[in-house]
Design a protein around this ligand. Sequence first.
Ligand code: GAR
Length: 208
Amino acid sequence: MKNIVVLVSGGGTNLQALIDAEKKGMLGNGKITCVIASKADAYALTRAENNGIKTRVLVRKEYDDVAAYSKAMTEALKEEKADLVVYAGFMTILDEQVCSAFPYKMMNVHPALIPSFCGKGFYGLHVHEAALKKGVKLSGATVHFVTEECDGGPIIMQKAVEVKNGDTPETLQKRIMEEAEWKILPESVRLFCDDKISIVDGKAVINQ
Ligand code: GAR
C-alpha cells in the first residue's frame, strides 16, 4: 500500500472526496494515513478525526520563514513515511526542500484550467473572481505535480466546467468543486497509487 499524506488549510471538501473515494475502494493501492493542517482551526482536521485518520498541525505563523516551515514539513512527511503528498486546499507556500525530498510525489488540485488563473495570488475564491472578471465561458480544475514553480508542475488531469450567466465567485467555486475537483483529485490519486503515471519529457503521461 502507498501512504497518502494530505495537506490542508481550510474546509477540507477535497479531503472528504478522498476519504469517500477510499471507502468505496476507489483509491487503488493508496491509503490516507495522515492529514497535516497549516491552521489549528481547519475544519478539515475534524473530517479526518471523524474518520479515524491521524492528524498533525504545523502552524505557519510559528515559523520564522518559508525555509524553516518547509524544513519542518519535510521532516514531518518523512516521519509519516509519505509515498504521496496531496495538497487539498493547502494555502501555504513550501520551498524547494520539500519538492526535492518528494520529486513527482506531491500533487495539488487547483480550481482553474492551468495555465489560466494560476500562480502567486491565485488561490481559493480569488481564482474564480479573476475568471468571472475576464468573462471566460469555461473554467474548471487541474491536478498537477508540485514543483518549485508555483502551479507550474506537470499536469495530471483537467476537467472543464461551464461558467453560467449570473455566476458569483461562490457559485462558480461550488460548481467547479462538485463537477471537477472532487472527481479528478481522487482519480489522479488512484492513478498514482496504481503506478499509472509516468513523466516523459517533463510531462505527466497516464498509462491506463
Ligand atoms: C479548493 O477549491 C481548491 O482547489 C483550492 O482551495 C479550495 C479548498 O477547498 N485550492 C487552491 O486555490 C490552491 N491554489 P477545500 O478545503 O474545501 O478542499
